[in-house]
Write a protein that binds this ligand. Structure first.
Ligand SMILES: [Zn+2]
Length: 320
């Protein structure tokens, strides 16, 4: 534990906000080389390491942190490790990075027929770009565990949603407040959208949210443009698509009714997963047993958030 804490603190001292992970990546690469583990950077800069020749599973964490993540001063305060309050600590995800490295170091001393792989990704925080651009030709395992969740130890995330964001621009016609007959007030189509589109839970697996609405710019003018930013999440792709298509139909109807244009930009940001097949259940049960042996309380959970695991599940399907 002492060695682990020291390693964690050393990692916290190396600034690694998203886009500036080179220093920490080099540190880890050197560290692996020192303990004679095969490790390399892929083209994107992600770290890949392999122990043994026949790996069946990989462990993963990300190297980047959010801001304020520079000049971090970690301190041990009783049972806790904290920053000085001016910055983040970087526990997300350096706790996992340090643990994977330290556990590997200890394990290879004890056993010589071990085999597994490690992936440390970059740029997770801004959209899982490390995982998206990872060189999957390197990877032999079909099963992996991504250690990146703020839930209590022992929690197993078994589902995470497909995620699509959308940006709409309602374009009407602006005019002075005294000329409502000449203007095309975009507040009417906005009202119609809000009256007809269900918000929040669409079904038990699907969420629809509008997070930002911006429009108009001066008191005495009829607004001619409104921008809407929203998102749809669902554990099932078909539910997401159904919700999206229904919403697009509504928008098209409104465009016709008010003789206006609505620019629509939908972007799929993340694939989702839902592990409920027999094979997945077997792996989860095996993991639960290990967690119990470690005196942890294993608990399955579905997460509304997304992580590198969404990308790994999409790129390297375990034939679930
Ligand atoms: Zn994280």
């Amino acid at each position: 534990m002492k060695k682990l804490i020291n390693l964690f603190i050393s990692l916290c001292h190396i600034d690694s906000p998203t886009g500036e992970e080179e220093k920490i990546a080099n540190y880890i690469l050197d560290y692996f080389k020192k303990i004679k583990i095969f490790a390399k950077k892929d083209k994107f800069g992600n770290i890949y390491a392999r122990i043994g020749d026949n790996p069946k599973l990989f462990l993963s964490a990300h190297l980047d942190t959010v801001e304020p993540g520079r000049n971090i001063k970690p301190k041990i305060k009783g049972e806790y490790i904290t920053s000085d309050g001016k910055t983040i600590l970087g526990a997300d995800n350096k706790v996992a990075v340090a643990t994977i490295i330290q556990a590997t170091k200890e394990l290879i001393k004890e056993k010589n027929n071990l085999s597994f792989e490690i992936i440390f990704t970059l740029s997770e925080e801004i959209g899982n770009y490390g995982a998206i651009n990872f060189d999957y030709k390197l990877l032999k395992s079909k099963i992996g565990f991504c250690f990146d969740s703020s839930n209590p130890l022992g929690t197993i995330i078994t589902a995470s949603p497909f995620y699509e964001r959308f940006d709409l621009k309602i374009i009407g016609l602006e005019d002075h407040a005294s000329l409502p007959d000449q203007a095309k007030n975009v507040l009417y189509p906005l009202k119609e959208i809000l009256n007809n589109q269900k918000l929040g839970k669409i079904d038990s697996f699907t969420l629809f949210n509008i997070g930002k609405i911006q429009g108009g710019y001066v008191r005495n003018t009829i607004p001619g443009e409104i921008i809407i930013n929203g998102e749809i999440r669902s554990f099932f792709e078909k539910n997401l698509i159904k919700t999206k298509n229904k919403f697009i139909k509504l928008l098209e109807k409104i465009e016709k009714k008010y003789q206006i244009k609505i620019e629509k930009d939908f972007v799929r940001e993340n694939p989702g997963y839902f592990h409920k097949s027999k094979q997945a259940k077997q792996i989860i049960n095996k993991l639960k047993k290990i967690l119990k042996d470690l005196k942890l309380n294993p608990k399955e959970k579905v997460a509304w958030g997304v992580s590198d695991a969404n990308i790994f599940n999409d790129k390297k399907p375990i034939s679930f």
